[in-house]
Design a protein around this ligand. Sequence first.
Ligand code: ATP
Ligand code: MG
Length: 388
Amino acid sequence: MDMTLYLVRLGEISLKGLNRDFFERKLKDNIKYKLRPYRNRFTKQKGRLFIEVDRDAPEDLVRRAISTSFGVVGFSQAIQCAKDMDAISEAAARLTSRPSFLSGTRTFKVETVRADKSFPLKSYDISGQLGHEILTAHEQLRVDVHQPDRILHVEIRDHAYLYASPESGPGGLPVGTAGRGMLMLSGGIDSPVAAYRMAKRGLRQEAVYFHAYPYTSDEAKEKVLALAKILSPYCSGITVHVVPFTDVQLHIKTHSMEEENTLLMRACMMKIANELARRRDCLAIVTGESLSQVASQTLESLAFTNSMSDLPVFRPLIGMDKQEIVQTSRMIGTYETSILPYEDCCTIFSPKHPLVRPDMQKLTESYARMHIEPLLSQAIEDSEMHAL
Ligand code: ATP
Ligand code: MG
């Protein structure tokens, strides 16, 4: 056979009762999409997904396709063999003689799951027999059932499956199982992490980026697109709307008091994000805001920005410290891009003394006085779309 087999363990989605099929199908579609350049075949069994991939597919690419797919709890390359003890012993010998099993290994154990209860040997006996055979073949090894260096997993199902040292997956729910949201994606550290957190709960996302050229450079836009590209495998693809925002910002600057600039700008962003969400069938807005991180993220400021949205606003980082956010951004690989030094539009138009405890009514009136809606509509019409 010229295919490599991967066994994927599913977590929360196997608890989803009657919806399980829907969740499993989404996960399969998401992984399949990432493997599309290569021949592949998927089969489902309770709590497991089996993926056969063309042996020519680079292992790194396959592992990345699986490890960035939410809904996966763990995975490993596996050997499939006939459901009889001779075949299982032979497969176990083959697997445990590989350098990937032996190198640095002093202790091991065998763990058997007997999903097919009609198999004549009990789990305990299968593990015992295989353990004994492995000890005989490799005299340097010892069994340690509590803290082994390696575990040989055996699963008796329609066939027997053997694998060692499974890798952890990202957990969560498959993207696309929770509907669609519009992410406000800036070039900073926070919003890419927000995207990751919501994707983990199954939300499919499109993104909007507000670009104030020439106050923000083309590099700033490229940086946001680069971030979206890094997020794309986690999000199972992401479409970015780049909205030209300069005219809106200049209008705010000339028609309002300096200390109100930032919040009025955030109000405009929220209005545009809502309209884009409506056009693109999204039922929520996602931002990278975290309580009290900056003046525009105090409770009063957030309450005002919120009042500009008809849709629920998801702020998955609301209770996270910057340190925790940075940690996640390193883990998902967006950090190095996020800290590239291109200005974002907020910093350039920032007042010296922004409001920290804005008065909702006053600000709402200031917003109305600007008569900015035609500019917002124009900005949406002039936006460009990038599918990444
Ligand atoms: P980030 O690190 O995500 O840029 P931040 O700490 O810089 O966040 P703000 O600049 O106040 O905080 O932005 C708060 C949130 O508003 C961002 O997380 C993002 O969701 C959204 N946002 C800010 N600027 C833009 C922009 N130019 N385009 C799209 N969304 C933006
Ligand atoms: Mg920012």
